[in-house]
Write a protein that binds this ligand. Sequence first.
Ligand code: ADP
Length: 257
Amino acid sequence: PDLTEVKVPGTDELAAVARSMEKMRREWIRGEEARNRLVADVAHELRMPLAILRGQLESLLEGKEQLAPDRLLPLIDETIRLSRLVQDLQQIGLAEDGRLRLERSWVPFGALIDEVVDVLRVEAEAKGMALEVEGSACCEIYCDPGRIRQALINLIGNAIRHTEAGNWVKVRLMAFEGEVRVDIVDRGPGIPPEKLPYLFQRFFRVDDSRNRRSGGTGLGLAIAKGFVEAHGGTIAVDSVPGEGSTFTVTLPRFPVS
Ligand code: ADP
């Protein structure tokens, strides 16, 4: 071979290769850390309910407890909660990898919002709380209605759950040329600014003990973010402690390539 044809890389090129290898190494380490954290979080979430289930099943077996429906129903509830948790984790994983299969069609957006609000109105009214819808979005959007319904139920459900009885929660709708926007405004406790960057992470809870006791999985916001972003939309939060929070969702109206 004619060695004069072989191009010897200069120091600048070698330095660029070294830099890009270093970048890949750092990204790999970061990915590895995230995977390890996820495994630790899942183990932590599963340990307690599984220990409770096991303890109660063992005492049933030893005959310490009567095999009555009221002893069994909470155990069934716990297994349902566990399977929901596993399903939710799976959906978040698919959404993050861009592998969530969306079943999109043209959906009247205002009607979708009405449907979600009707489902949650019962919960709000039980707390003596007004759930108001402001504005209108009488256009169609191209989306997977099941996934968008779930995202909005999670956000509006949180607003209702975190707001004291007697207060209000507002759902504000706006339609623009290329997108629709929904603001979910509550007069709840708000979220401290230092917690906001972590809010959409899996299993993150602002007040760990309180929210864990109330039965939340800590996955609701991660699911909402995964589903909205899979549509090419955005989700954001603005919150003032002591005053309340506003979660804002935007969704493209038309198919995005
Ligand atoms: P959870 O199942 O705990 O509700 P989410 O992912 O839905 O999980 O929410 C994560 C955490 O964010 C909650 O535990 C709560 O601390 C906080 N949070 C979510 N929505 C609100 C809200 N509207 N007002 C105040 N805090 C909220």
